[in-house]
Design a protein around this ligand. Sequence first.
Ligand SMILES: Nc1ncnc2c1ncn2[C@@H]1O[C@H](COP(=O)(O)OP(=O)(O)OP(=O)(O)O)[C@@H](O)[C@H]1O
Length: 482
Amino acid sequence: MTDVLVIDDEPFIRHAFRKAFEDTELDVRTAGDAAEGMAFLARERPYAVVLDINLPDRSGLDVFGDIRRLDARIPVIFITGHGTTETAIEAMKLGAFDYLLKPLDVPQVRELVTRACEVGRLARVPALTPDEPPAPGPADVLVGRSPAMQEVYKAIGRVAPQDVTALILGESGTGKELVARAIYQHGRRAAGPFLAVNCAAIPETLLESELFGHEKGAFTGADRTRIGVFEQCHGGTLFLDEIGDMTPLTQAKILRVLQDGRFERVGGNETIRADVRIIAATNRDLPEMVAAGEFRGDLYYRLGVFTITLPPLRERLEDLPGLVDHFLSRFSPELGKEAYRASPEAMELLRGHPWPGNLRELQGVLKQALLRAQGPVLLPEFLPGSIRGGAAPGGGDPPPESVDWEGFLEERLRAGTQDLYAEALGLIERSLVTRVLRRTGGNQAQAAKILGITRGSLRTKIRTLGVRIERAVWSPDDPSGR
Ligand SMILES: Nc1ncnc2c1ncn2[C@@H]1O[C@H](COP(=O)(O)OP(=O)(O)OP(=O)(O)O)[C@@H](O)[C@H]1O
């Protein structure tokens, strides 16, 4: 009896699987394409299948459909090369057991496959009680491959097709709205409307009317009947952001809609039915608010049937390079800049920042940096002062008269540097090149001669060290010496 079938066109991957289990009890067989894999499955039913999402002859997702039809009890683990969140979410929505990202991590492979085999095996053993007879925009991609984000994708894939309420928790700027949209797009109501209301951004007095609408004359200024988002969104998905900021009255009305899909417009008697899926989000501590009597417990439990918690950026720093690349390539054309990438030094500084504003703060920082940037590389000096700290190497401000070595050392150690020698040399170089250029009034040929380097080399240094040569006008007695 085969325990696991691996369907992948890369011989190297097939070999890696066989090797990973050669000293175990598990019997691993392999197939190089969909046809071979399906032929095998027609003969034998392994406990689990590992399936490459990109097969040469057919899409892995289609093959998954066939396996499901053949025997829905077989857990299927996808292998995805590029780790796109789309395929991962799609696979989980379709009911995949899990997915593995290339390059494969052998201990993870062993753990996951063993677990899938166990689940597949148990599914074959009938569980009987004694009295029974015998028997898952292009611009708005969710970026991040960290384990914490993979859990988020899986959760999206699980909750999306179920048409239940979802609650998304996470600090400000962690991507709650983006996740809400992903749930919507992968849900049964994807063809229906999606509306988002930020409960904290609308004055308390207007929120109820925004959500439920009002009748003409309901309050001063209500000169005509207006439908609210619940009515607008009939058959669709409503994202209620910052639900922790709703008044008790609005909370009660939301609870009623959740319970029986009914509400009245403000100032109206007619009961209106709305078939709306609610996805709620907050950055506040709802259990604490419930305990303090500020948020209805019954509403909290109703909303929190399925909760997704988004990690703050500082807890998934391994995603930072991917996020920086993603945002730079998104913002560069918007800001009329060429394609940018961050230098290792700039990335180091970004890593050292605590990111209280999470991804939204990162976006702001990168936009500011791009506005200052020159050349194709984002250097530390283009980053705002809040990121560079006091003594970041190559800071864009004029170099201090004497380098604050203690401060520099402290900051770099705090940032966990492993490249201090190069960073210190960079600091010296920048200070020296700037001063010599000042002496020559910006004349690069003269400066190169004094420094004993070629003009090309000086130009490279000017660019990489972020030295700016501005044609300033000053008088000889100007104390700044510029
Ligand atoms: N994983 C991600 N990959 C790429 N971009 C992301 C990701 N998460 C969030 N973003 C982007 O970061 C910005 C902030 O995200 P979003 O508005 O979803 O956060 P939020 O948690 O809803 O914030 P708030 O609590 O302040 O309303 C958006 O521009 C969003 O597109």
